[in-house]
Design a protein around this ligand. Sequence first.
Ligand code: 5GP
Ligand code: ZN
Length: 114
Amino acid sequence: MENCIFCKIIRGEIPSRKVFEDDQILVIEDITPQAPLHLLFLSKKHLVNCLDLTAADDGLIGYIHRKAGEMARQKGYAESGFRLVQNNGAGAGQSVFHIHFHLLAGREFAWPPG
Ligand code: 5GP
Ligand code: ZN
């Protein structure tokens, strides 16, 4: 998508701190971290949020979930716990309308979230 900020990051038009990249996903550090570890798992395919998913995306979403767990373990947060969050719509806090998952770790997390 032409004017999507995450598509621009994926295309390298906006700089980011990359943690992992392959043909399906890009993992970057969040520019405004909300925890000691705050990574964003971006789908390389532009999808708005989970309302945009079709059955063709089932593998992609499962893959992101598995990679987030791997990353949390690799960063040392398997025991302490971590959050994997995906906001859908402005009313739920989505501010970038390109599907992404937040991996947050390294502090206490309240429930329910604000
Ligand atoms: P959302 O609010 O849509 O769930 O999450 C969007 C996230 O993207 C926010 O946590 C915000 O800090 C992050 N973000 C927005 N613009 C940029 C950017 O240009 N670079 C990076 N690395 N993160 C960004
Ligand atoms: Zn996009």
